[in-house]
Design a protein around this ligand. Sequence first.
Ligand code: F6P
Length: 555
Amino acid sequence: MTDRPVDPTSTPAWAELSALADGFAPDLRGWFDADPERVTALARTAGDLHVDLSRTFLHGDLLEHLLSLAEQTRVLERRDAMFAGAHVNPTEDRAVLHTALRLPADASLEVDGQDVVRDVHEVLQRLYAFADQVRSGEWTGVTGRRIETVVNIGIGGSDLGPVMAYEALAPYRQDGLTCRFISNIDPTDAAQSLEGLDPETTLFIVSSKTFGTLETLTNARLCRAWLLEHLPADADRDAAVAQHFVAVSTALDKVADFGIDPDNAFGFWDWVGGRYSMDSAIGLSIVVAIGPERFAEMLAGFHTIDEHFRTAAPAANVPLVLGLLNVWYGTFLGAQTHAVLPYAQQLHRFPAYLQQLTMESNGKSVRWDGSPVTTDTGEVFWGEPGTNGQHAFYQLIHQGTRLIPADFIAFATPAYPLVDSGPDGDTDVHELFLANFLAQTRALAFGKTADEVRAEGIDDDLVSARTFPGNRPTTSIMAPALTPSVLGQLVALYEHTTFVQGAVWGIDSFDQWGVELGKQLAQKVTPAVAGDPSAIDEQDPATRALIAYYREHRS
Ligand code: F6P
């Protein structure tokens, strides 16, 4: 699908929405008072996800106009093209088929004459067999000891998804088997991650789609050197790398060049974007940690939301509605950022994961045909788990001057049900936690009027400081529990929401040329940092000055 994108600003729906945005004055209190059915009317379900849109800015015929915008910008046609394997990533001339990674084994999808479902399941079976060997102790290190630590070496999409899921699914991990993650080229990361590890019981997974990423290859070499240096003197060093290193990549030839046995390499395909790859072989560390059965449940969760996105009617289609709402907030109302606030400590890496997913996807200023965008595009995603965020940055969301739409995510069943036996009796701590989520979303929506503050006997000159304007939009997403399936559903929900936004704006959400320049320059600067005079001469004055500072102060 390389035809010209529709300019969203040229559509009738755009004109209608612009008129609505002009002087838009949300009134959540009034909307709730006027419509006792508001909560029911704006509740949506996608798989196990219960989504409450009643405290968003949906009101009157806004949703209809947004759905018209989707229709007029051909979002659903583009969705169908993506699912069918069309090259919806034109700047790299690639299909975009992360949805094929979670199709059931009995499905089939032919792309360029190849049944990709068969390929996907062949790799999955190899991953599962390998993970079973590690988990059972059948796979050993070179000295015959079972593996106790798996270190994933990767960055971006080859790190953030695995580490996020490893944390999120902590209760499902196998005892006696731990994962660590090295991503940063700051040597501190490798040094600290390797600290205390026993080389005899450590397995490294080098995860890199391209197998050309400087950070990952550097860290992989550091780890290889560490392994060879720290194994016992009598260990067979020739066999060590094959026994302690496996790889995940689309570039299997480069894997062999690194010295990793091709039998221990797991492939995937160029139609899986890095930030969409945690459900491919890139998820190997997750498979090892939680086991094939649970990983398959996670894939099934992804697929549930894929099917929802593919088939649900537009007004009931949660990723479609959420993506359009984000366009409303960002493009029409000028919101620059979007907070994601999980009330689940296990999701503490989820906002970081989403930052790559959303911002690498939609941080674009040209459309997929190379023409300039006609609107603002991707917003800044950020967040921290509640309740920690409440004591840090919520002040700005409640009483600041900026519009910050927020997603709150919470689960009915806690992973660790603990009871606080305090002076007033037993308190279920999870209920205390949920009460905070409910209190925050309520305060953000309805605020506290000056009259309510006065009624508490507050001095007149303090009333305005204690008044909360309310009308801060939130979406609440709840699920029964944070299971592997629900995690897959959540990730797929955000993947498709991101897609919808990009499709409205007419951008290619699947390339990432914006990170290339920095990568190229880093290679050119490296010899200058090391002191090569001709390389230093090639730098700009600011870079030269900082290199000089570095060389003077390094001890
Ligand atoms: O940051 C750019 C990027 O290409 C990401 O899209 C990708 O996830 C990351 O680098 C890592 O790339 P690779 O898996 O090829 O090492």
